[in-house]
Every structure is written in C-alpha cells, then in structure tokens.
Design a protein around this ligand. Structure first.
Ligand SMILES: [Zn+2]
Length: 85
C-alpha cells in the first residue's frame, strides 16, 4: 500500500468526500485515514460542516464556497501541526 503524507491526504480530501477519487487513491486515502487520527478529525469536521450547510440551505454547496471552507480547515489543520522534519 502506498503511503501518503497528511498534506497529500488533505489535497485529496475534498475529492474523497465527493467520491471523485479513483479506486487506487480512495484506497490510499482510506488507509491513511485508518492510521491517522488528525486526518480523521479533519475529515469529520469537513463532512459535518458540509452536512450542516446542506441541511440549512437545502441546496448543493457551490464548489467555490466548499473550496474556501475546505481550505480554511486545511489551513487550521496545518497551522496547528508541528513541522515534520
Ligand atoms: Zn494524516
């Protein structure tokens, strides 16, 4: 199984939630999420926020808005993370 970093996972996370990843990347993402609590938390918060937004608006989230939301979570996550050297 290919290993990816948290940063790489976050790049794919939005597509993972939308089921836009191919089979291999989905498997890689699932493997990472199974072993990385931080990324599970980010995934969980992202999904919850998207669900809340959907319930409120009864509409599909505009891609631009979702991207902004996702990047906010991504920035927060990366800012709170120790640099890996
Ligand atoms: Zn991770």
């Amino acid at each position: 199984m290919k290993e990816i970093s948290c940063e790489a996972l976050l790049v794919y996370l939005s597509d993972y939630i939308d089921n836009h990843l191919d089979e291999e990347l989905t498997a890689v993402a699932q493997h990472h999420l199974a072993t990385c609590e931080n990324c599970r938390i980010v995934l969980d918060s992202t999904q919850k926020t998207i669900i809340l937004f959907k319930e409120k608006s009864k509409e599909v989230i505009p891609a631009e808005r979702k991207a902004r939301l996702f990047h906010q979570l991504q920035d927060a996550f990366l800012a709170g993370k120790e640099p890996t050297k």
